[in-house]
Design a protein around this ligand. Structure first.
Ligand SMILES: C[S@@+](CC[C@H](N)C(=O)[O-])C[C@H]1O[C@@H](n2cnc3c(N)ncnc32)[C@H](O)[C@@H]1O
Length: 477
């Protein structure tokens, strides 16, 4: 097996796993209007003509793409996405439009994700949103001379940004599971003048052992678990940064390797995020299953849910009570949604698509954030029933009701109400304040007033400092 800086192959399997892109609160992963793709060719031609003119006249005045890039960097600084001069210099230097050659130059410098590959109608690759990339590069804390492994090379843009920061004494290795994407990344990197990035075709779940160890390993693709290979390929004191699934919420977690009697990864920072999911052998068991027209249910292991029973309960709404706690749409995945997932084993999410018909839309206003949270017991369930209309911005709070369904619905509703109160009483904590320790599976984890999430290859111990989980809680997934 060999790595190459063109598009060689390092084994790995091509995952046939299909996964719907998470659809709610996905500010970092939005769809591309087809008409934008149609415009792309014409604009690219115009760009090429401008480049030719620039070369022939030897002009030094900033051309359109330079001005657009400068404006993007200004916006990332103003929004405090970029916080350090190293990350700022990388964004100023690397031309994003060369990594999206089929897109209009203007689009390349907008703060949005651009989908680049679909399989069976499901997006499997994208150029991530610059805001999210800046947040993650700050979390990664790269230094000149660092050796970095990126899992999810995609267009190669992030690899080029990192190469700019680690400089000639460092090394960037970027792996993608799809050969065609690696070929594209090689072309883009050559065009952008970053030929030293080592590109590998393979399954990032096994890392790239030939070139280990790495001071930093970063995934730019969502993962359900922490694979053993990533622990093994981290250098002492190294940092792993990955979009990690915490019972359906995806968090960008920076974890530092702590060597002791028991090897452990300790979180340095966490941010809410939304990435396409890992394919291949690291593909996760989470997912959503259709429940009714335009309605699906998302749970850690949705295959274990009795969907018929759930649908039957939902058909008979019982009493509801307006909660004293108001929620924003972002609280579905972060905030209360995250709190609920770490305090209630029976939590799941209902998702409603914009084209839903029947009575669901009136229950759960559809749109980019359509959906809600529920607790699902054997003989009853309770739902957070939003009273929000789709026009309300994602971060604006609105009143919610807690609605009971089924014979034991009122008891479940009472528990949901208490959890809402507890979250509000704890100061409405979000992902940003969450703390995580990760251990390999199989080792004995010190027990405490925390939630322990058991995955296939790791165990995650989670808490909000100052807000203990009473009696601890062991959860699967
Ligand atoms: C959001 S894109 C990455 C964007 C990229 N960093 C950039 O700057 O353009 C996620 C990428 O992860 C890749 N991917 C998915 N599963 C993978 C796996 N098991 N190993 C390596 N790459 C994988 C996808 O093919 C996709 O290109």
């Amino acid at each position: 097996m060999s790595a190459t800086n063109v598009a060689g192959s390092v084994g790995g399997s091509q995952g046939g796993h299909k996964r719907a892109v998470g659809r709610v609160l996905e500010p970092f992963f939005l769809g591309v209007p087809q008409r934008a793709l149609a415009r792309a060719g014409a604009v690219t031609e115009k760009y090429r003509a401008e480049q030719a003119e620039k070369a022939s006249t030897g002009q030094t005045r900033p051309v359109r793409e330079d001005r657009l890039r400068a404006a993007m960097v200004r916006a990332l600084l103003a929004g405090q996405r970029i916080r350090t001069s190293e990350v700022e210099r990388a964004f100023r230097t690397v031309p994003r439009h060369l990594f999206l050659p089929d897109e209009p130059v203007e689009r390349a410098y907008q703060d949005e994700a651009v989908l680049t590959k679909w399989v069976d109608g499901i997006a499997v690759s994208s150029a991530s949103q610059p805001s999210m990339m800046a947040i993650m590069l700050e979390q990664l804390a790269l230094r000149p001379g660092h050796r970095v492994l990126e899992i999810g090379a995609g267009t190669g843009y992030n690899a080029a940004l990192m190469a700019e920061i680690v400089g000639p004494t460092g090394k960037v290795v970027a792996v993608d599971i799809d050969r065609d994407l690696v070929d594209g990344a090689a072309r883009h990197l050559a065009a952008a003048g970053s030929p030293d990035v080592v590109l590998v075709t393979g399954d990032g779940a096994v890392g790239v052992p030939e070139l280990a160890p790495y001071d930093r390993i970063v995934l730019t693709v969502g993962s359900w678990d922490i694979q053993a290979a990533w622990w093994e390929q981290l250098a002492p004191g190294g940092r792993l940064l990955l979009p990690l699934s915490i019972r359906g919420s995806q968090l960008s977690v920076a974890l530092d390797l702590i060597d002791g009697d028991v090897r452990c990864l300790l979180s340095d920072s966490m941010r809410s995020c939304a990435f396409v999911r890992l394919r291949g052998r690291g593909a996760d068991p989470e997912g959503s299953r259709p429940l009714a027209d335009g309605l699906s249910v998302h749970a850690v292991d949705s295959h274990e849910l009795d969907l018929e029973h759930l649908a039957a309960l939902l058909a008979e709404p019982g009493a509801e009570r307006i909660s004293a706690v108001r929620l924003a749409a972002v609280d579905l995945w972060d905030g209360f949604g995250l709190w609920l997932s770490l305090h209630a084993p029976d939590m799941c999410r209902l998702l409603v698509s914009p084209d839903a018909s029947g009575w669901w839309p009136s229950l759960l206003p559809p749109g980019a954030d359509g959906g809600t949270l529920l607790l699902f017991g054997d003989r009853g369930l309770a739902m957070v029933a939003p009273t929000r209309s789709p026009e309300v911005p994602l971060d604006t709070v609105f009143p919610v009701a807690v609605r009971a369904y089924g014979p034991e619905g009122p008891e479940v509703a009472q528990r949901l109400d208490q959890l809402l109160d507890a979250w509000a009483g704890a100061g409405r904590p979000t992902a940003t304040g969450l703390r995580l320790r990760a251990y390999p599976s199989g080792v004995t984890v010190p027990s405490g007033p925390e939630a322990v999430l058991r995955k296939a290859h790791s165990q995650l111990v989670l808490d909000w400092p100052g807000n203990p989980v009473p009696d601890g809680l062991i959860l699967d997934g």
